[in-house]
Design a protein around this ligand. Structure first.
Ligand code: LRH
Ligand code: MN
Length: 414
């Protein structure tokens, strides 16, 4: 503890000299909150294999218990994002009781028309909203209306629509017809949205479709959001971009269009790898937060993004990975708050490329760990959440309490 206080005092003094109030920054960090994906609390896998750990959650209640622990240690994750039917509640009342008991709320709901469910009449093999069959499209719309009903019951205010729809071979699907069918179905879903809800369209370049994905990029997503209406916005999953895409530029474009609805934070090296945020390209993550902090400072119209995580933890302990992720996001946000915006704008106006870049790097290269640790401490959280989790023995305790899944049982997620 003493070393933390010394580190924080040292940093506060250095920040003071740069015109920043450490207490002001702590208050700023407290404004950053991120929602946790229920589907990331059990070990993820690939088509090649899955290596589950012990003490993993199998029920929505157990996933919420783990989420509550992440929130207790970080004080920055007070909501979960449900995925239907993986989190289909048997008893809404019990879910609401658990949420009250655990101090959790509910962020955007997630639909699922990328898998066929055992009791489903028609298959989504050839798509959902883009399916040539009107009956399949109707079934998919009905599913979204059901997701909205569950969301209303738990107090969510948004639905994220990611569609796996696409084709694997040229000629398989009408490239314009499929998009028109998706827009028509989304119009039906948008029409059913409660007045204070938002609909987020989530783009993705490929997988599971390997030739053409209907909502393939931010342009397609923006076209849909602009057509649907004011409460339709675009969700940016960081991993849903082809290699070397400038994602912070995509974010700036969507902010400029008043259509940035939210994020699925994660990181990736190649494809939609769903790795822990900040693990591969921390500078890119900082540059995204720089665009977000700028937009907040400039009070850009319609700027109120939902921050959510979407990851698959194949080898790290899922709770440790989420604790690390929240810390990485808090750090990226804190660094972005350190940017000397007036000086940056002056260098940009003067065309001083070197000094403009250095102004950004000064913020990025500041070690803000004592600042985010202090922000957590002041709210009763942990200085180092991963170490606190390890010392808590929580995983061992859950390994005793939670029976291992029946062998061969597919996990209720990817
Ligand atoms: C698709 C996606 C989508 C979720 C799923 C779990 O790749 O990012 O947001 O529904 O992962
Ligand atoms: Mn996603």
């Amino acid at each position: 503890m003493r070393s933390h206080q010394r580190d924080f005092a040292d940093l506060a003094e250095r920040l003071e000299r740069r015109g920043h109030s450490a207490d002001g920054l702590v208050a700023e960090i407290h404004r950053f909150e991120v929602a946790l994906p229920t589907w990331a609390f059990a070990t993820g896998g690939t088509r090649f294999g899955r290596f589950p750990g012990t003490g993993e959650p199998h029920t929505l209640r157990e996933k919420m218990e783990d989420a509550a622990l992440v929130n207790r240690l970080t004080r920055a994750a007070p909501r979960v994002s449900l995925h239907i039917p993986w989190d289909e509640p048997r008893d809404i009342g019990a879910v609401l009781d658990d949420a009250r008991r655990l101090g959790l709320g509910f962020d955007a709901m997630n639909s699922n028309t990328f898998q066929d469910q055992p009791d489903q009449a028609l298959s989504y093999k050839l798509g959902s909203f883009s399916n040539p069959s009107a009956a399949v499209r109707r079934q998919a719309v009905e599913h979204h209306l059901r997701v909205i009903e569950i969301g209303k019951a738990v107090g969510s205010k948004a639905i994220t629509v990611w569609l796996a729809d696409g084709s694997n071979f040229p000629g398989q699907m009408s490239l314009r017809g499929s998009f028109d069918r998706v827009r028509e179905c989304l119009e039906d879903v948008y029409a059913a949205l409660p007045g204070d809800w938002r609909l987020f369209t989530e783009h993705k370049p490929y997988e599971p479709a390997f030739y053409a994905t209907v909502v393939q990029d931010w342009g397609s997503s923006l076209l849909l959001a602009q057509t649907l209406g004011e409460r339709a916005q675009c969700l940016v999953d960081l991993g849903h971009h082809l290699p070397n895409t400038n994602v912070e530029l995509v974010v700036a474009r969507l902010i400029g269009a008043g259509k940035l609805g939210g994020f699925h934070f994660n990181d990736s090296k190649y494809g939609d790898d769903d790795l822990t945020a900040g693990s591969i390209r921390p500078y890119a993550l900082f540059l995204i937060f720089h665009e977000l902090v700028l937009a907040g400072r400039e009070r850009v119209a319609g700027f109120d993004p939902s921050y959510m995580i979407d990851q698959s933890h194949n080898i790290k302990d899922p709770i440790e990975a989420l604790l690390q992720t929240v810390d990485q996001l808090q750090q990226a946000y804190a660094k972005a708050c350190l940017v000397d915006h007036d000086t940056l704008a002056a260098h940009q106006a003067a065309g001083d490329v070197m000094m403009a870049e250095r102004t950004l790097k000064d913020a990025y290269e500041t070690d803000v760990r004592p600042l985010v640790a202090e922000a957590r401490r002041r709210r009763g959280g942990a200085l180092d959440p991963v170490l606190a989790f390890r010392e808590s023995g929580y995983r061992a305790q859950k390994s005793r309490e939670r029976p291992p899944p029946p062998t061969g049982a597919a996990p209720t997620h990817l």
